[in-house]
Design a protein around this ligand. Structure first.
Ligand code: AMP
Length: 178
C-alpha cells in the first residue's frame, strides 16, 4: 500500500510510515527510445505516487543475450516510497512488479517471456523493459520475483547507471566494486 504525499502530511499516518528506497532499471531498443523512457518515468511517478528522487544519464549499450542492430538506451531510477511500518515485502514487491509490467504493456510490449529448451530466457527487442533492482534491504525470492535482481552484477548496462544514483548507504551494501 503506497502512501501518497497528501496522506504523508497527516501526523497519525506519518508516525506509522517507513521510507524505502526502490531502484529500477529501464531499457529500450525499439521506437523512440528516449521518449519511451520518458513516458515510462512519468507513468512510474503516477503509479508509485511520488516523483522519482534521482535518475541516471542514458547509456547506449549493445543488446545483451541476443543479436540485434538496435542498440539499447539504459537508465536507472531511484524512488523513495512510503510504506506502512511492518509492510509485507513480497506482497509490495509483487505489486510494484505488476505496475512495471503494466507500463511495459501500455508502451507496446507484447507476449510473455519466452524460454528455450534448456530453460534459459530468450531475449528480444522491446519498447521498454523495467526491472526491479533493489527494494530497500528486502530479499525476495518467489516464482515471479527475485530481489536484489539476480543478474544485476553481471550486467554493466545495469550497474553503470545504477552507480550514478546509489545513495551512500546503498552503495556500501550493494555496489560489488566496494
Ligand atoms: P523481463 O523480460 O526482464 O521484463 O522479465 C521477465 C520476468 O522476470 C518477469 O515476468 C518477472 O516475473 C521476472 N522477474 C524476476 N525477478 C524480477 C525483477 N527483479 N524485476 C523484474 N522482473 C523480474
Amino acid at each position: 500500500m503506497l502512501i501518497d504525499a497528501a496522506h504523508r502530511k497527516d501526523t497519525r499516518i506519518r508516525e506509522n510510515v517507513e521510507k524505502v528506497e526502490l531502484y529500477l532499471s529501464l531499457g529500450s531498443n525499439q521506437g523512440d527510445r528516449e521518449h519511451n523512457i520518458e513516458i515510462a518515468l512519468s507513468l512510474l511517478n503516477i503509479e508509485l505516487k511520488t516523483p522519482y528522487k534521482a535518475v541516471s544519464s542514458l547509456l547506449e549499450t549493445e543488446p545483451w543475450g541476443f543479436e540485434s542492430q538496435d542498440k539499447f538506451l539504459n537508465a536507472a531510477v531511484l524512488y523513495e516510497l512510503f510504506l506502512p511500518k511492518g509492510y509485507n515485502p513480497e506482497a509490495e514487491g509483487l505489486m510494484i512488479l505488476e505496475i512495471c509490467k503494466d507500463i511495459e504493456r501500455r508502451l507496446g510490449r507484447t507476449g510473455r517471456p519466452q524460454y528455450n529448451e534448456r530453460g534459459e530466457r530468450i531475449y528480444t527487442s522491446r519498447p521498454i523493459d523495467i526491472d526491479i533492482l533493489l527494494f530497500g534491504d528486502n530479499k525476495i525470492d518467489c516464482e515471479e520475483l527475485t530481489v536484489p535482481h539476480k543478474l544485476m552484477y553481471q550486467r554493466d548496462f545495469v550497474m553503470t547507471p545504477l552507480r550514478e544514483i546509489l545513495t551512500e548507504s546503498a552503495r556500501s551494501k550493494y555496489d560489488n566494486k566496494n
